[in-house]
Design a protein around this ligand. Structure first.
Ligand SMILES: Cc1cc2nc3c(=O)[nH]c(=O)nc-3n(C[C@H](O)[C@H](O)[C@H](O)COP(=O)(O)O)c2cc1C
Ligand code: SF4
Ligand code: SF4
Length: 279
């Protein structure tokens, strides 16, 4: 492998952490890396222009958190805008918060294949559930940890070694279709449904119009007018709610209710709360 492209979106930091572990592992093997943070307001065009020249010994890594069983809109939009390439390897990775990892990896793998990439590997990485930031014991607490990092590094090493020795066989998309049939169909149907948003209100007595919510939003979905106003780009990451210094953004579904739903989903689905690597 000569060059690696790493694109990710990470409102709460765990997917970004995994992206950096990937970059470190690649650079230790002297691979040239290009990094694109889809939530940092960066213009993706130079990255995409470089990617157009990608060859069979390059590799694209794409990372998303799992939100309500699927990959998040900024990542899927990025994948839909990729150029069609000729047989370049790709590695989708997700972080998930211990409720259920859904079909996000399959969804990303499918979008990559449709653009002419072949699947060289994949990872679902255990992470703290970012909607439980006020809980003493959030699901996934402490993750990604050292062992999660080690597994991600081993994924990168194996992908590189297989490219060097040309022993790589494309991974079938079906390897990422690991949820029981009974629930996978429901999750796949969600891909065509409008993105769900929990309405949020501004507590005007608390809001100081400091602009933090506008600054931290990964997709420019908040503007001050003079109080914060949300636009249709919002994909419900709750970063503005978490980072408001005055707790002035009020979720219409109480956070305690969201937490109990998450614990209930973990209990119902019983997906093993571990990181898993796919080849
Ligand atoms: C709106 C929303 C929905 C989520 N849905 C799920 C889910 O269905 N399953 C799950 O295990 N985690 C879910 N999570 C937790 C995230 O997948 C997890 O915390 C992830 O690591 C966040 O990535 P980030 O830190 O890179 O933003 C959800 C988080 C948010 C904000
Ligand atoms: S971060 Fe909070 S206090 Fe600051 S403008 Fe936004 S809602 Fe108001
Ligand atoms: S407005 Fe808030 S919840 Fe919506 S995408 Fe921006 S930071 Fe996330």
């Amino acid at each position: 492998m000569k060059t690696a492209f790493i694109a990710f979106c990470s409102p709460a930091g765990s997917t970004g952490h995994v992206a950096r572990v990937i970059v470190d592992a690649l650079e230790e093997r002297s691979i040239i890396t290009h990094l694109l943070d889809l939530g940092a307001g960066q213009d993706p065009s130079p990255f995409i222009a470089l990617l157009k020249t990608a060859e069979a010994d390059d590799c694209l890594f794409v990372g998303s958190p799992v939100y309500r069983d699927v990959a998040i809109p900024p990542v899927m939009k990025f994948l839909s805008e990729l150029p069609v390439v000729n047989n370049c390897p790709a590695v989708p990775f997700v972080t998930w918060g211990g409720a259920i990892s859904g079909i996000a990896l399959w969804q990303m793998g499918k979008a990559l294949q449709e653009k002419g990439f072949f699947l060289a590997g994949a990872a679902k990485v255990m992470a703290v559930h970012c909607m439980m930031w006020q809980s003493d014991h959030p699901v996934g607490q402490g993750h990604p940890d050292a062992d999660d990092n080690r597994q991600v590094r081993s994924l990168v090493s194996t992908v590189i070694d297989r490219r060097l020795t040309a022993t790589a066989k494309p991974m079938p998309l079906s390897a990422l279709d690991y949820q029981p049939d009974s629930i996978a169909a429901d999750f796949k149907a969600k891909m065509d449904q409008p993105w769900m948003i929990i309405p949020k209100a501004i507590d005007q007595a608390r809001c100081t119009q400091c602009g933090t919510c506008e600054t931290v939003c990964p997709v420019g979905a908040v503007t001050l007018d003079p109080d914060p106003v949300f636009n249709a780009r919002c994909f419900d990451c709750f970063k503005c709610v978490r980072e408001c210094p005055e707790d002035a953004i009020i979720s219409s579904v109480p956070l305690e209710k969201i937490e109990s739903n998450i614990r209930q989903r973990a209990e119902t689905y019983k997906e093993k709360p571990f990181t898993q690597i796919f080849f």
